[in-house]
Design a binder for this molecule. Structure first.
Ligand code: MLC
Ligand code: AMP
Length: 476
């Protein structure tokens, strides 16, 4: 079933909430019923149509979390427009690649939004005319970097999102009685695929935050009293600063804390358990696949493990020799299932290279225990994950190498207590650096800016000339 049909069920069921508990959305201090959300997105869909957007066109959205982000997404889903969310921390350099690749008919940023909203306000909120939608139509293009550092648009279909949401709803027992506090950015699949879709399909009550701010997180928990929270490890590390009494009180009202997008250190899980009285449920996902593997709701939530495959997700582990790994043996995770994306936008070669006989090669390394639990132990590429945001060292290295004072540079991950990993640059200088960090800040997303620049006489290379990055990494 396509997403419009799923969402219509929600909108129809909650049009009239008289006499019932409020359910829907809280945003910026105001409350919205599902009926209001439905009407808002119908108005937005009409405004987009008036701008000439139709099924198959791309709509690029560069916005922090806000209700209008949801309006734009729903308007796209209802009319078959392909939604292209972009990380708001991206600068011109990163944006221009996405814009030239996705060729959106419209780009909405905070600057253009008021005009579009004014146009939407004059439109009818009534139901939209039917547009033929197929389960395998792309609902979104979400940009993700491959090992080459070139960002590619993963085409995620209506089926992918619907399967993902129903998997999570059944596995994590989400119901319309839940209160979801949603803090991660909607421009990534963590909040978009899991948060937004689980909310709309389970019909629960959601408070959307503009972002996770560790200075105000405690008040949000106390004020909203959620039962459900989705976070990245950096958020859980920050939540460990909560005073014990407040943590106990929050823990009492909570049903489930879920964590993913980066490894959750077992020690953080233990510290969080003793503070909040909850065992965080860790799961594993990717932009191209949405969620794949999750610790169980009722069974053992094993520290350091990502758990068991979600319904209809098949997993196999392939050794470096190309054989299916035995239990306990390490290899690359390959996946198959209705949650897997349909390919990279306009990149047939990259799509073909990513699949073998219908199995998607994740690039993540791990093993399976005899009782079926999976553990991730690394990645095939030198991807750095900082606070849940992905960084491809090569992209930063290429930028550094364009700078006049840089002869050579190699970027590696350094361990960080809050963000998990942070990028550090090792540089062979041609000349004394002048405001290099400042230039990085202007041109790169903030999380990609090297935390430090280490001077080095020459980069360590093997006999084939390949930089041996492991020799640069400081022991943690
Ligand atoms: C971080 N910054 C943001 C931001 N997150 N700015 C705007 N909106 C956001 N959402 C910027 C800050 O301005 C600051 O920039 C820097 O990042 C760090 O901010 P901080 O306040 O010190 O935050 P910190 O405590 O480190 O926490 C950061 C964080 C953030 C956890 C809030 O990293 C975050 O939102 N992470 C979620 C990423 C995510 O959702 N990934 C999912 C990918 S999908 P400056 O300039 O001051 O340095 C995926 C698949 C899957 O991976 O499995 O889910
Ligand atoms: P992205 O491309 O932004 O979707 O990031 C996906 C990557 O995040 C995966 O390929 C993994 O490397 C990583 N990831 C997601 N969840 C986990 C987890 N629970 N533990 C370890 N790594 C994870």
């Amino acid at each position: 079933m396509n997403l419009r049909n799923w969402f219509n069920g929600t909108f129809a069921s909650k049009l009239d909430f008289a006499g019932r508990d409020f359910a829907g959305l809280e945003w910026a201090g105001a409350k919205y019923t599902f009926g209001e959300i439905d009407a808002r997105s119908n108005r937005m869909a009409r405004a987009l149509a008036a701008r000439g957007l139709a099924k198959g066109d791309r709509l690029c959205v560069y916005l922090a979390n806000c209700i209008e982000f949801i309006d734009l997404y729903l308007a796209s889903v209802k009319t078959g427009i392909i939604f292209v969310p972009v990380n708001i921390l991206y600068r011109d350099r990163e944006m221009s690649h996405i814009l030239s690749d996705a060729e959106p008919k419209l780009l909405v940023t905070a600057k253009e939004l008021p005009e579009l909203l004014a146009e939407a306000a004059t439109q009818s909120g009534e139901a939209l005319p039917e547009v033929a939608l197929d389960d395998d139509d792309a609902a979104a293009l979400v940009y993700t970097s491959g090992t080459t550092g070139v960002s590619k648009g993963a085409m995620l279909t209506h089926r992918n999102f619907a399967v993902n949401a129903t998997n999570l709803i059944s596995t994590w027992k989400i119901t319309d009685a839940d209160r979801l506090l949603l803090a991660p950015p909607l421009f990534h699949v963590h909040a978009l695929g899991n948060g937004l879709h689980a909310w709309l399909i389970a019909r629960c009550h959601m408070r959307l935050l503009e972002r996770f701010d560790h200075n105000t997180a405690l008040q949000q928990f106390q004020g909203f009293q959620p039962t459900l929270f989705f976070g990245v490890p950096a958020m859980y590390v920050r939540l460990l600063e909560t005073p014990p009494d407040a943590a106990k009180a929050i823990g009492k009202g909570m049903r489930l804390f879920v964590c993913g997008s980066a490894p959750l250190p077992a020690q953080i899980l233990e510290e969080f358990r003793s503070l909040f009285g909850h065992t965080i449920l860790e799961r594993y996902g990717m932009t191209e696949t949405l969620m794949n593997i999750s610790n169980p709701y009722d069974g053992e939530r094993r520290p350091g493990s990502v758990g068991l495959p979600l319904p209809n997700v098949e997993v196999k582990i392939i050794t470096p020799e190309g054989k299916v790994a035995a239990d306990g043996e390490t290899g690359e995770l390959w996946l198959r299932g209705p949650n897997i994306f349909k390919g990279y936008w306009k990149r047939e070669d990259a799509t073909q290279a990513a699949f073998v006989d219908g199995w998607f090669k994740t690039g993540d390394i791990g093993s399976r225990a005899a009782d079926g639990y999976y553990t991730l132990s690394g990645r095939r590429s030198d991807l750095i994950i900082s606070g849940g945001f992905n960084i491809y060292p090569r992209e930063i290295e290429e930028f550094l190498m364009e700078q006049p004072e840089v002869e050579e540079a190699a970027v590696v991950a350094e361990q960080d207590r809050v963000r998990g990993e942070v990028p550090v640059a090792y540089v062979v200088w041609k000349a004394e650096p002048v405001q290099l960090e400042q230039r990085c800040r202007e041109k790169l997303a903030s999380f990609k800016v090297p935390r430090r620049f280490e001077t080095i006489d020459k980069l360590p290379r093997n006999a084939l000339g390949k930089v041996q990055k492991h020799l640069l990494v400081r022991p943690s």
